[in-house]
Write a protein that binds this ligand. Structure first.
Ligand SMILES: *[C@@H]1O[C@H](CO)[C@@H](O)[C@H](O)[C@H]1NC(C)=O
Ligand SMILES: *[C@@H]1O[C@H](CO)[C@@H](O)[C@H](O)[C@H]1NC(C)=O
Ligand SMILES: *[C@@H]1O[C@H](CO)[C@@H](O)[C@H](O)[C@H]1NC(C)=O
Ligand SMILES: *[C@@H]1O[C@H](CO)[C@@H](O)[C@H](O)[C@H]1NC(C)=O
Ligand SMILES: [Ca+2]
Length: 439
C-alpha cells in the first residue's frame, strides 16, 4: 500500500515535468512563425540549442542589438506553469511527509525490522528526486522572473526609441513647412507693391494659415466669434470660438459651461472628438486640443463664476496636452491669478502630468475604481481630484457625491455647509493663447 502510493506520487511529478518540456518545444515553433510573418523586428534563433532544449534568441534592431533571454516567448504562460508545478511539488512533499508519519505510527514492530531497510532506501531515492525537481523548478522560476524583468526594460526602451524617431521626423517636416509658410507669406506681402496694384493701400502681411485665434487678432479681427483654424497643416482645419475681449483677446476657447444644456458625462470617443455647441457649452475635443497645444508655447486661462456673482481666474504659463497614444496627458506650468492653484492642489492632489480618464476609460491613479465614472466626467484625474471643470452642471447647491463643477481652492468651497450641501458654479471657461502673444 505504501509503496504503491509512492510510485503514484512520483509519476505525477514526472508527468507534470514532461508537460512543461513539451510546452517549451511548442512555444519555440510559434516563435519562429511570428518572426517570419509580421514582426518588423527580426527575432531569430542564434546558435545551437543547449542540451536542456533551451535555445538562445536575439532581437536585431540596427544599430541596436539586444540579447533576449532564452525563455523569451510566452513567458507569462510558462511562468504560470512553473508556479503550478511548484505548488504540486510542495503539496506532494507535504502529503509524503504526512503519509510517512502515519506509516511510522502504524508500523508493526515485528515486521518493521524485516522490511524497513528496503522501503527506507526507496523512500530516500524518491525523496531526493522530488528535491532535485523542486530545486530545478525553483531555478527555472527565478530564471523566468529575471527574463520577465529584462523584457519589461526592453519594451520600455523600444517604446522610447519609437517616440524619438517619430518626434524627429515630425519636427523636421514641421520646420520645413514653417519655412515654406514664412516664404509664401512674405511673397504675399510683396504683391501689394505690384505696379498694377499701385492704388491699393499696402496692408499688413496676410497669414495664409491661421493657427489659432491669436492669428485672427493679429490681422485685425476684434469680435468674439467662430473662426476656422489650422493648427497643424497635416490635419484638416476646424472651427473654434475666439474670445477677443478677455485680457486683450486672442484666446482660443477649449471648454465652456454656462447653463447645463450639454451633458458632460461622455465617452472617450466623445471627449476625443469634442461635443456641444461652440456658442454655448462645449468641449472642443482632445484631438484638437492636442493639435493646438503641441507647439508647447500656449498659456491657459480658466475663468470661473459662482452663483453669488464672484468671478475669479487662474492663469498657467504653460499648457500642453499630449496625443492619444499618451492618453492626452496634461502638462501645465506655473500658476498666477485669483482663483487659486487647484490643478496643483497638494502633493496628493495634482492634475499635472495626469492622463485623461472618462467613465469608459480608466487612466487615473485611483487603483480601486474609475474616477471618471464616479465623478461623471472626463478629466485629467489623479486619485481623484482637486479640480474638475467637466463635472455635472448643478443650478444650485447640491448634496451627495461632489460630482459638480469643482475648483478646490475656491473661497469657502471646503467649508461644511448646513445639510451637507455643496456649492456649484454658474460659469466655467478654459482658453489658450500663445505665450509670446502681445495684444
Ligand atoms: C523537443 O524537440 C526536440 C527536437 O525538435 C525533440 O528531440 C525532443 O524530444 C522534444 N521534446 C519534447 C519533450 O517534446
Ligand atoms: C528657410 O530655408 C532656407 C534654405 O534652407 C534658409 O536659407 C532660410 O533661412 C530658412 N528660413 C526660415 C525662416 O527658416
Ligand atoms: C448624461 O449622460 C449619461 C450617460 O449617457 C446619463 O447616464 C445621464 O443620465 C445623462 N444626464 C442627464 C442629465 O441627462
Ligand atoms: C501674475 O500676473 C500679473 C498680471 O498679469 C503680473 O503683474 C504678475 O507679475 C504675475 N505674477 C507672476 C508670479 O508671474
Ligand atoms: Ca482607476
Amino acid at each position: 500500500m505504501k509503496l504503491a502510493n509512492w510510485y503514484w506520487l512520483s509519476s505525477v511529478v514526472f508527468a507534470a515535468y514532461g508537460f512543461l518540456v513539451a510546452a517549451k518545444n511548442d512555444t519555440e515553433e510559434i516563435k519562429d512563425e511570428t518572426a517570419k510573418d509580421s514582426c518588423p523586428v527580426r527575432l531569430e534563433s542564434r546558435g545551437k540549442c543547449e542540451e536542456d532544449g533551451e535555445c538562445p534568441y536575439q532581437v536585431n534592431l540596427p544599430p541596436l542589438t539586444i540579447q533576449l533571454p532564452k525563455q523569451f516567448s510566452r513567458i507569462e504562460e510558462v511562468f504560470k506553469e512553473v508556479q503550478n508545478l511548484k505548488e504540486i511539488v510542495y503539496s506532494l512533499r507535504k502529503s509524503c511527509q504526512d503519509c510517512k508519519l502515519q506509516a511510522d505510527e502504524n508500523q508493526d514492530p515485528g515486521r518493521n525490522g524485516l522490511l524497513s531497510p528496503n522501503t527506507g532506501a526507496l523512500e530516500e531515492t524518491d525523496d531526493n528526486r522530488v528535491r532535485e525537481l523542486e530545486s530545478e523548478v525553483n531555478k527555472l522560476s527565478s530564471d523566468l522572473k529575471n527574463a520577465k524583468e529584462e523584457i519589461g526594460v526592453l519594451q520600455g526602451r523600444l517604446e522610447k526609441l519609437n517616440l524619438v524617431n517619430m518626434n524627429n521626423i515630425e519636427n523636421y517636416v514641421d520646420s520645413k513647412i514653417a519655412n515654406l509658410t514664412f516664404m509664401v507669406n512674405s511673397l504675399d506681402g510683396k504683391c501689394f507693391k505690384c505696379p498694377n496694384q499701385e492704388n491699393t493701400q499696402p496692408g499688413p502681411v496676410q497669414h495664409l494659415i491661421y493657427k489659432d485665434c491669436s492669428d485672427y487678432y493679429t490681422i485685425g479681427k476684434r469680435s468674439s466669434e467662430i473662426y476656422r483654424v489650422t493648427p497643424d497643416y497635416k490635419y484638416s482645419s476646424f472651427e473654434v470660438y475666439c474670445d477677443m475681449e478677455t485680457m486683450g483677446g486672442g484666446w482660443t476657447v477649449l471648454q465652456a459651461r454656462l447653463d447645463g444644456s450639454i451633458n458632460f458625462t461622455r465617452t472617450w470617443q466623445d471627449y476625443k472628438a469634442g461635443f456641444g455647441n461652440l456658442r454655448r457649452e462645449f468641449w472642443l475635443g482632445n484631438e484638437k486640443i492636442h493639435l493646438l497645444t503641441k507647439s508647447k508655447d500656449m498659456i491657459l486661462r480658466i475663468d470661473l463664476e459662482d452663483f453669488n456673482g464672484v468671478k475669479l481666474y487662474a492663469l498657467y504659463d504653460q499648457f500642453y496636452v499630449a496625443n492619444e497614444f499618451l492618453k492626452y496627458r496634461l502638462h501645465i506650468g506655473n500658476y498666477n491669478g485669483t482663483a487659486g492653484d487647484a490643478l496643483h492642489f497638494s502633493k496628493h492632489y495634482n492634475h499635472d502630468m495626469k492622463f485623461f480618464t472618462t467613465p469608459d476609460r480608466d487612466n487615473d491613479r485611483y487603483p480601486s475604481g474609475n474616477c471618471g465614472l464616479y465623478y461623471s466626467s472626463g478629466w485629467w484625474f489623479d486619485a481623484c481630484l482637486s479640480a474638475n471643470l467637466n463635472g455635472k452642471y448643478y443650478h444650485q447647491n447640491y448634496r451627495g457625491i461632489r460630482n459638480g463643477i469643482f475648483w478646490g481652492t475656491w473661497p469657502g468651497v471646503n467649508e461644511a455647509q448646513p445639510g451637507g450641501y455643496k456649492s456649484s458654479f454658474k460659469e466655467a471657461k478654459m482658453m489658450i493663447r500663445p505665450k509670446h502673444f502681445t495684444p
